[in-house]
Write a protein that binds this ligand. Structure first.
Ligand code: PLP
Length: 485
């Protein structure tokens, strides 16, 4: 246990040594073997640069851009770069693009929904139309903002424009497309969706949080991908995360609007109290300049040419991984690997969750995705440039992992656990029940050991029960240990 407030202060070197020791328990953020959570360009010196830039501005406060013009200049520069990359700026059909720097994709999406909602004060019960493959952050936005959510079934993993158009009603304030979707890495038919929204006078947001910084470069390299940016008429806003394929340290995304009038309802202003008048473009009020400075340093150091090279490496790694999946009996590509994701499914004789554990045991950390609707469980691999160096090692390990999975056989859950997972209602999930389950599954100390049993259990539970179980488990993890004193 680490004590955050010791009686006597601890020397700096010791504190750092302790932090390094804590970090040894984490998955590897570098090295091209972790296919979720992290984005690694493997560019020598980039981490050091970003860290130094972060430190320079860590104590600068984005609360008031007139007090810290350095931050304003950096934010405007990031927005201009993102706008240009995504089809806006001088000489384009979207010359007036503006934007805000947020803390991440979820914040950008919440703000896109807020702007759309508040632009229509006359709509008493505003609604949001999303394809079923849109990121879960839209559900969070709808929940936080009390906006109704219309989830439209997809066709072959992509949004269905006709069904999306049919779902637009008088209360719809925003229609969404993904470029690409996170789970499968495929791009929605943005032009048709945006046209349907524009025809009804409704805003259309393109969620390019995940791929917005790599798709333009993949296109330049010749990838055959649909138009998805401001060049598409009817697209009113786009989000792109710099802490994903722009390879900036965590905490930076950009939300772009086609013009300043569209952005206006995103802002929150409040003067009706005795303190300073609060004008916030984003959800946070006080904001560290650290992530923004680090992002700016990253972009300037890599440059357009650097991102093109990194996209090329990513594309090559995707091809190698995709070929490895095609060449391995027992698994198959579940989605076309057209961007930076490899998504695979397992044949019935291979337990996908055991396979994930077997790959982890060989040093490859993938992201299992639970069965949903008529989609089977799949395995997600976010591929970044660092994977170019490791990709050729994946095929042999995948084959070995599949063989080991076959030898181990599928997870067999005790019938009482299986019965509970199907029959429990979310309301029945109490802290005691969670503690019992965690102990039964060997998760009592929160370690991410073999996860096949947990995933198998969640896989048979309906979504509402999955939510309750995982929320309960998180609550179990997030408890202070009080120590001796
Ligand atoms: C398509 C898409 N949108 C939004 C998000 C949410 O981003 P964040 O985790 O930065 O909040 C993600 C995250 O993976 C994503 O892939």
């Amino acid at each position: 246990m680490i004590e955050a407030l010791p009686e006597w202060g601890v020397p700096a070197e010791q504190v750092l040594a302790e932090l390094r020791e804590l970090r040894t328990a984490d998955l590897p953020t570098h090295g091209g073997r972790l296919f979720a959570y992290v984005y690694d360009p493997a560019v020598p010196g980039l981490d050091e640069l970003a860290r130094a830039a972060y430190a320079l501005s860590a104590h600068v406060n984005g609360l008031d851009p007139t007090a810290f013009p350095s931050l304003l200049a950096m934010e405007n520069a990031l927005v201009a770069a993102a706008g240009r990359l995504l089809g806006g700026g001088p000489g384009t059909t979207a010359p007036e693009v503006v934007g805000s720097v947020t803390s991440g994709g979820t914040e950008s999406l919440i703000l896109a929904v807020k702007a759309a909602r508040d632009a229509q004060p006359g709509v008493a019960n505003p609604r949001l139309v999303i394809p079923a493959t849109a990121h879960a952050a839209f559900a969070k936005a709808a929940h936080y903002l009390r906006v109704g959510l219309d989830v439209v079934p997809v066709r072959e993993l992509r949004a269905d424009p006709a069904a999306m158009a049919a779902a637009i009603g008088p209360d719809t304030v925003l229609v969404v497309a993904s470029a690409p979707s996170y789970a499968h890495g495929v791009v929605d038919p943005v032009s048709d969706i945006a046209a349907a929204a524009a025809e009804r006078g409704v805003r259309c947001h393109v969620d390019a949080c995940f791929g917005g910084w790599v798709l333009p470069y993949l296109k330049r390299l010749g990838a055959d991908l649909p138009a998805f940016d401001f060049a598409v008429p009817g697209v009113t806003s786009i989000s792109v995360d710099l802490h994903k394929y722009a390879y900036a340290p965590k905490g930076v995304s950009v939300l772009l609007h086609r013009d300043a009038a569209l952005r206006m309802p995103q802002f929150f202003a409040y003067a009706d109290w005795p303190g300073y008048t609060m004008i916030n473009p984003v959800i946070s009020s006080t904001r560290s300049g650290g992530p923004i400075a680090a992002a700016l340093a990253t972009l300037r150091h890599l440059g357009d040419d650097g991102y093109l090279r990194l996209a090329e490496q990513t594309r090559d790694a995707v091809r190698i991984l995709g070929d490895a999946v095609r060449a391995t009996d027992g698994v198959r590509l579940f989605a076309p690997p057209e961007t930076s994701v490899v998504c695979l499914a397992a044949e019935p004789e291979v337990d996908l969750f055991v396979l994930a554990d077997e790959l982890a045991a060989r040093g490859w950390h993938t992201q299992p995705q639970l069965a949903y609707g008529n989609l089977p469980a799949t395995m997600h691999l976010t591929v970044t440039a660092a994977v170019a160096a490791t990709a050729t090692d994946f095929g042999p390990d995948l084959a070995a992992a599949v063989a080991a999975t076959g030898a181990r056989g599928p997870v067999v859950l005790p019938p009482e656990l299986l019965g509970a997972a199907i029959a429990l209602t979310p309301e029945q999930v109490t802290p005691d029940l969670i503690e019992g389950l965690a102990a039964g599954l060997g998760l009592a100390d929160g370690g991410a050991g073999p996860m096949a049993a947990v995933n198998s259990l969640l896989n048979v539970a309906p979504p509402a029960l999955r939510e309750a179980l995982l929320a309960g488990f998180l609550s179990l993890l997030q408890r202070p240990s009080w120590g001796e004193r």
